[in-house]
Design a protein around this ligand. Structure first.
Ligand code: GLN
Length: 446
């Protein structure tokens, strides 16, 4: 009730929720109370949370931030949602996001942008900006997000919370609206690493309904939070500390790294030489996959349908014309072009080859160090509207986060203080399936 009241009081300004499920939340809370009374000690029992609106929730609209799905009420729960229901959590509602998770500022949402609680003239980041803003403003103690190229880590950094993108395959993608299937991954967003560990415990693990989910055993992510950092080798990629990094942000990152050094970690200079190719590589592969994934939205099966179509062709074209926003259309066009006969070898195949080189940089690096650290973003949260007319400047925001998805690695953003009153995020990157180590390091910083 107290979270619902807080949402009521503050979300008129923040716009971090697109749907609030008051009756569902109160019923789930009553059910949790009943389990508690029977002596159930499940760690997340009765804990309120918010789900990014990209996750299918049975009986509750799941819009993915798009007019296309504004009327879509799924008949089933995403695996992430189902596991968290079983764990006894209380879903407060669904959070705002960039349309189909395409964006870095929440400004492509059909429902209007969410705002940054630290300064409401600024963006909360994206695409999981609603989740980040809601957690930062204490409208929910924890939330789910998804990260295809930075969408958990970048909004976590902009809003001063902790967010973890797990290894590709660690968490089931079933029931998560697909953007770029080889990059998408769901993960926890919360106020600290311990809460992220609890949330990850509940959602991680193989799912027979998602063939890309990994068979890998799932540790108890809370068990190693207190492990001392003595002897830990932390790689600092020189490409992440170059001229694009805002000075004040860099100062905060170095201060956080000094704290890790005081705890016995060793800082090692490393290089990820193909970093500069992440943006062009990602912005071929992600739109290519998106263009095929979004072909299912045709006005026929579910979602938006135009009024009075003249014929089948008119039905397809006008439903897509009216149902999708500009950024989504831009990605569909770029992706369709990159995959078309005659251009496939030059763009898509080339991008896949470069992706392999980017991945190899990390594999080589992890022979020398245990984790990699650097900034999550080049600077703090920018002003609403500052980059909306220039999509390329928006894409440049993702310079430090994209490679992690291209390589399938776990990555995390941890609060590292403030610069000029705005939060700064330290990014930690681990080897495949080494989320426990990232959570351990983050916990020691908090
Ligand atoms: N900002 C990136 C994009 O627009 C990443 C989005 C995401 O991770 N979903 O594609």
């Amino acid at each position: 009730r107290s979270y619902l009241d807080r949402i009521q009081a503050l979300d008129g300004v923040l716009n971090s929720f697109v749907t609030i499920d008051e009756s569902g939340a109160l019923a789930a809370a009553a059910a949790a109370d009943a389990r508690l009374a029977k002596g159930d000690t499940a760690p997340l029992l009765g804990i309120p949370l918010a789900h990014k609106d990209i996750f299918c929730t049975r009986g509750l609209r799941s819009s993915c931030g798009s007019r296309m799905l504004d009327n879509f009420v799924p008949p089933y729960d995403a695996t992430v949602v189902a596991r968290l229901r079983t764990a006894g959590t209380v879903m407060l509602g669904k959070t705002n996001m960039d349309e189909f998770a395409m964006g870095s500022s929440n400004e492509t949402s059909f429902y209007g942008p969410s705002q940054n609680p630290w300064d409401t003239s600024r963006v909360p980041g994206g695409s999981s900006g609603g989740s980040a803003a809601a957690v930062a403003a204490m409208l929910a103690p924890m939330a789910t997000g998804t990260d295809t190229g930075g969408s958990i880590r970048q909004p976590a950094a902009f809003c001063g919370i902790t967010g973890l993108k797990p290894t590709y395959g660690r968490v089931s993608r079933l029931g998560m609206v697909a953007f770029a299937s080889s990059l998408d991954q769901a993960g926890p967003m919360a106020r600290n690493a311990e809460d992220c560990a609890l949330l990850l415990n509940a959602i991680a693990g193989v799912d027979p309904l998602d063939s890309t989910s990994a068979e890998e055993p799932v540790p108890d992510f809370t068990a190693t939070l207190e492990r001392p950092l003595a002897g830990l080798r932390i790689g600092l990629p020189r490409e992440y500390f170059g001229s694009g990094l805002d000075d004040a942000t860099g100062t905060r990152i170095h201060a956080a790294l000094a704290l890790l050094e005081q705890q016995g970690a060793t800082l090692v200079d490393v290089s990820l030489p193909h970093t500069g190719l992440s943006i062009p590589t990602y912005y071929i592969i992600a739109p290519a996959e998106a263009s095929t994934n979004l072909s299912r939205f045709d006005g026929v099966r579910y979602g938006y349908r135009c009024e009075n179509p003249a014929d089948l062709h008119d039905l397809y074209t006008r439903s897509r014309e009216e149902g999708f926003g500009d950024e989504v259309k831009r990605r569909i066009l770029v992706g369709t072009y990159a995959l078309s006969a005659g251009y496939y070898d030059a763009y898509y195949k080339k991008a896949q080859q470069v992706r392999r080189l980017i991945r190899q940089d990390f594999v080589d690096c992890f022979r020398e160090v245990d984790i990699i650290a650097g900034p999550t973003t080049p600077g703090p949260a920018f002003a609403l509207g500052a980059k909306t007319s220039d999509p390329l400047s928006m894409y440049l925001e993702d310079v430090y986060t994209l490679a992690v998805n291209l390589a399938g690695l776990p990555g995390m953003s941890v609060p590292a203080g403030f610069s000029n009153g705005l939060p700064v995020g330290l990014q930690l990157i681990g080897g495949h399936f080494d989320e426990a180590r990232l959570l351990n390091v983050a916990h020691q910083l908090q």
